[in-house]
Design a protein around this ligand. Structure first.
Ligand code: HEC
Ligand code: HEC
Ligand code: HEC
Ligand code: HEC
Ligand code: HEC
Length: 412
């Protein structure tokens, strides 16, 4: 037992005094709109992790506290891969998640290249949340390749905090109600752009006015779906949660966010006005939320019944004209109005966007509204946007993604 106390000493932050107060998280780093491929490569730091599948040991079988560190390992923290020796599935999910990749994500490497990295690292590779009382995160000196690591969210002194009571295991789990509290677990990093507050004042929050428009749902419930499985191989099946945190990089998560509607009205003198309506039906916060470089864009495609294409977003000469809306949290230095969509709000044009296009030449035919997502402003909309290489992880391909297409008809 006493041996364990030397493993996870509580001594916090050495090199960290004087870290700047707020780091902009790439706010002012407006990427170019050229569309050419970036040159940065995924960091290979994570490649030094051990593969838990090949690591020896007898996962989960012992209740005796064990050394999570090698005797000769000078690191203060056990690595996530060491947790993964027993928590095999959770480790695999985390490793592929953007928390596991927050220090190797090519976009992060690119945006943090020319700034004081320490300011960025405090959220991308932080000390355990409990060591800062769930307040301002501070950068970790060790094992930065583990990014937002298991210990960031679970370490409490020499134990790991979990949602359950009375569990035993080599990691010495203890129950801590804070583990299921989204304000403690998520806001510390996800409220710098107001995502937490957007949820708090919205229809999914515990304090939403009666009669409720939506059942209570929090960050953890939407982003860590429930799953029944053993926590360690051979252990009892339990209710737990996936450590995937699907967000803007998952087509399936994006598809839950919005509902499209088309409104067609005749114009005096012929032709039609085509208006798009977008309702945030599935996100607990504004869409898009958090990172300022995201956007949801709406385009209109029109084909007359004789086959003439009047408006085609894939025709680069017409692409700008065919766009009727852009929803985003603007860069701070842009001078533009924010045009995010709050939960359950139904909007058309916002900011400098009309939400509609007038087409006097339109007589009768088929229309489409395209709901397009851009991870960064430089993402190009083209044929590839309809078939993402990996819908679970859109990656840093610099290609926009068509999230939804609504078909409608116009004319007699
Ligand atoms: C207060 C915590 C915090 C700090 C400080 C911070 N970030 Fe972030 N960063 C986040 C969170 C949370 C996200 C996820 C937001 C999202 O997905 O919309 C993120 C996402 C990003 C992304 C998007 C990655 C992607 O795949 O699209 C980039 C790039 C980024 N950060 C760069 C930086 C840079 C550069 C700095 C330092 C100037 C920085 N961050 C500082 C919390 C932080
Ligand atoms: C030697 C195997 C082993 C290692 C290594 C290990 N754990 Fe555990 N852990 C267990 C076992 C066994 C349980 C109890 C599982 C059960 O009863 O279903 C457990 C339970 C937990 C719980 C409590 C779950 C709850 O529902 O409350 C958390 C959290 C946890 N582990 C996190 C970690 C973290 C983080 C690490 C790395 C620092 C880690 N574990 C390393 C075996 C291990
Ligand atoms: C210690 C800081 C920190 C904490 C705590 C944290 N996150 Fe994150 N989160 C990040 C960073 C940093 C990123 C972006 C990493 C990147 O893309 O480079 C991120 C990304 C995400 C994403 C987006 C994934 C994507 O597709 O781009 C979601 C969703 C998310 N977090 C949800 C949560 C939830 C829910 C919680 C609370 C249980 C939480 N996070 C707690 C820092 C944090
Ligand atoms: C961004 C924060 C975050 C990170 C990173 C994280 N967890 Fe968790 N984890 C949670 C939260 C929140 C819960 C509780 C969810 C609930 O029950 O409401 C949880 C639950 C658990 C549980 C309980 C059983 C279950 O399936 O819910 C285990 C075991 C666990 N985590 C292990 C790990 C391991 C191992 C890692 C690293 C590979 C890790 N966690 C990384 C936030 C995190
Ligand atoms: C009712 C379900 C729901 C709730 C509650 C919810 N989210 Fe989301 N979240 C979504 C959906 C759907 C998306 C995809 C749309 C988008 O990216 O804006 C998303 C996207 C995200 C992203 C990805 C943004 C990006 O740029 O990639 C982050 C980060 C995030 N949520 C964090 C949180 C946090 C933190 C909370 C709690 C304060 C929370 N979410 C509550 C459904 C939810």
């Amino acid at each position: 037992m006493s041996r364990l106390s030397s493993l996870w000493p509580l001594a916090v932050l050495c090199a960290l005094v004087g870290v700047g107060l707020f780091a902009g998280c790439g706010d002012e780093a407006v990427p170019t709109s050229s569309g050419d491929a970036g040159t940065s490569k995924p960091g290979d730091a994570a490649a030094t992790d051990e593969d838990p599948a090949t690591a020896d040991g007898n996962p989960g079988s012992s209740d005796d506290p064990i050394d999570l560190l090698d005797e000769d390992d000078e690191h203060r923290f056990p690595s996530a891969a060491q947790c993964g020796k027993c928590h095999v599935e959770i480790y695999k999910e985390w490793k592929e998640s953007y928390h596991g990749r927050a220090m190797s994500d090519p976009l992060f490497l690119e945006f943090s290249a020319e700034v004081n990295k320490e300011e960025c690292i405090r959220c991308h590779a932080p000390e355990p949340l409990r060591e800062v009382g769930f307040e301002t995160p501070i950068a970790r000196a060790e094992r930065r390749e583990d990014a937002v690591s298991c210990l960031t969210c679970h370490q409490v002194g020499q134990n790991v905090a979990g949602p359950s009571k009375g569990m035993t295991g080599a990691c010495q789990p203890i129950h801590d109600p804070a583990q299921t509290d989204p304000v403690k677990m998520c806001f510390i990093c996800h409220n710098q752009h107001d995502t937490g507050n957007e949820w708090m004042r919205g229809p999914y929050a515990p304090g939403a006015p009666e009669p409720r428009q939506r059942p209570e749902m929090n960050c953890i419930e939407c982003h860590m779906p429930e799953v029944e499985r053993p926590l360690v191989p051979g252990g009892p099946v339990r209710k737990g949660r996936r450590h995937t945190w699907f967000g803007g990089h998952s087509l399936y998560q994006l598809q839950k966010a919005a509902k499209l509607e088309a409104e067609v009205t005749p114009l005096d003198g012929g032709g039609f006005r085509f208006r798009a309506w977008v309702t945030n039906v599935g996100a607990g916060h504004n869409i898009p939320t958090d990172a300022r470089h995201r956007s949801f864009d709406v385009y209109v495609k029109l084909t007359e019944s004789d086959g003439t294409v009047l408006l085609d977003p894939l025709d680069f000469a017409q692409q700008a004209k065919s766009q009727v809306a852009k929803y985003r949290l603007q860069y701070r230095n842009s001078g533009l109005k924010d045009t995010q969509i709050p939960p359950l709000a139904r909007v058309s044009g916002l900011g400098r966007w009309n939400g509609y296009i007038d087409v006097p030449a339109a007589k009768k035919g088929n229309g489409e509204l395209w709901f397009v997502y851009r991870l960064t402003p430089r993402d190009v909309l083209d044929e590839r946007s309809f078939k993402p290489k990996n819908p679970h992880d859109l990656g840093n391909t610099q290609v926009a993604t068509v999230v939804d297409v609504l078909k409608f008809t116009y004319g007699e």
